[in-house]
Ligand binder design. Structure first.
Ligand code: BJW
Ligand code: ZN
Length: 245
C-alpha cells in the first residue's frame, strides 16, 4: 500500500498503538531536512572536489591518501556542526518511551540521533565525530581532541588516526550487525526511514524483520528495492510523516 504523507492508515495506527517491539532503521534521508546532503538520489552521487563519495569512501583510500580522507571528513564535520536534529529525529527519540522494546539502528555517521536525545543507538557505519588509531585502536572524540590540518596523531602511541567510520569493503563495528539482526528477528513493527536500501549488510535488516513476520513500513519520498516487501510505503519527507504518528 502506498500512502501520501497526510494519511496514516488506521491499520498502522492500531499496529503502532499495540506494538511490543519496534525496530527503526534510518539512513541519510532522515537527516536531509536538517540540511545533511544524502549520498544518492536525483540520479547522481555526492561529489566533493570532483570525486564521488563512493571513491572517497573506499577502504583503500585509508592506505592511499589518508590526508584526503581527513580533508573530506573535516569539511563534512564543519558543515555538520552548524546543523540541528529535525522533527524526524525528535519523533524517533520520543518513541523509545512508548514501547516495551525499542531499537534504533542507523547507517548515519552524523550523530544527529544522539543530539535529538536518542540513546543506545546502533551506529552501523560509525560516527564522524570519532577518530580511531590505526596502530593501537584507541578511539577519540574529535571535538575534545580539536581539529588540525593534515592527519592527526594518536595521543597514546603517536600512530595515525583515521575517521571512525565504515568505508566500503570494511567490516562493521564488532557485534553491531549481530545485535541489530537479533532485534530485527524479534520486532513486530519495523520502520525503514530515509535509506536507498542499496548498502549491505544494513539493507538486510528489514529483510530479516520481514521474514520474521514484522509489519513493515517504509518512509521515503522515493521507492526503493525494499518498497515491495513493505506493508505500507509512506511516500514523503520523514520530518513531516513521523510526527504524525
Ligand atoms: C528521504 C528524504 C527525506 C531523501 N525523508 N527520506 C551484498 C551484496 C552486494 C554488495 C555487498 C553485499 N554485502 C556487502 C557488500 C559490499 C558493500 C555494499 O553494500 N555494496 C553495495 C553498494 C553494492 N558493503 C560494504 O562494503 C560494507 N561492509 C561489509 O559488508 O563488510 C563485510 C565485507 C567486507 C569485505 C568484503 C566483503 C564483505 C560496508 C558498507 C559501508 C558503507 N559506508 C558508507 C560511507 C560511510 C562513511 C561516510 O559517511 O562517508 O555509508 S557508504 C554510504 O551509503 C554511507 C551510508 O550510511 C550508506 C547508505 O546510504 P543511505 O543512508 O541509504 O543514503 P542514500 O543517500 O543512499 O539514500 C538516501 C535516501 O533518503 C533516498 O532513498 C532518498 O529518497 C531518501 N530521502 N530525502 C526521508 N526528507
Ligand atoms: Zn594509538
Amino acid at each position: 500500500m502506498q500512502t501520501k504523507a497526510s494519511g496514516i492508515s488506521s491499520e498502522l495506527r492500531s499496529r503502532f498503538a499495540s506494538a511490543r517491539s519496534v525496530l527503526v532503521l534510518t539512513g541519510a534521508g532522515v537527516s536531509a531536512e536538517s540540511g545533511v546532503p544524502t549520498f544518492r538520489g536525483g540520479g547522481h552521487t555526492t561529489l566533493w572536489k570532483g570525486m564521488p563519495f563512493n571513491v572517497l569512501s573506499l577502504s583503500r583510500m585509508i592506505e592511499s591518501d589518508l590526508a584526503a580522507v581527513w580533508e573530506w571528513f573535516n569539511y563534512r564535520r564543519g558543515v555538520l556542526q552548524t546543523l540541528k536534529p529535525n522533527p524526524a529525529h525528535q519523533a524517533i527519540a520520543n518513541w523509545r518511551r512508548r514501547f516495551e522494546e525499542f531499537c534504533l539502528v542507523t547507517q548515519n555517521v552524523d550523530g544527529l540521533h544522539h543530539a535529538a536525545g536518542s540513546v543506545d543507538v546502533i551506529e552501523l557505519h560509525g560516527n564522524v565525530w570519532r577518530g580511531r588509531c590505526l596502530q593501537c585502536g584507541s578511539r577519540y572524540d574529535l571535538r575534545a581532541l580539536g581539529t588540525r590540518e593534515g592527519v592527526p596523531s594518536c595521543p597514546e602511541c603517536g600512530g595515525s588516526l583515521r575517521p571512525d567510520v565504515v568505508l566500503f569493503g570494511e567490516m562493521l563495528p564488532l557485534g553491531a550487525f549481530e545485535q541489530a539482526a537479533a532485534k530485527a528477528e524479534n520486532c513486530d513493527l519495523c520502520f525503514v526511514v530515509g535509506t536507498s536500501a542499496l548498502v549491505y549488510p544494513a539493507a538486510s535488516l528489514p529483510e530479516i524483520a520481514s521474514t520474521s513476520g514484522a509489519y513493515m513500513v517504509e518512509v521515503n519520498p522515493e521507492r526503493t528495492p525494499l518498497s515491495d516487501l513493505c506493508h505500507e510505503v509512506l511516500c514523503g519527507p520523514a520530518g513531516e510523516i513521523l510526527p504524525l504518528l
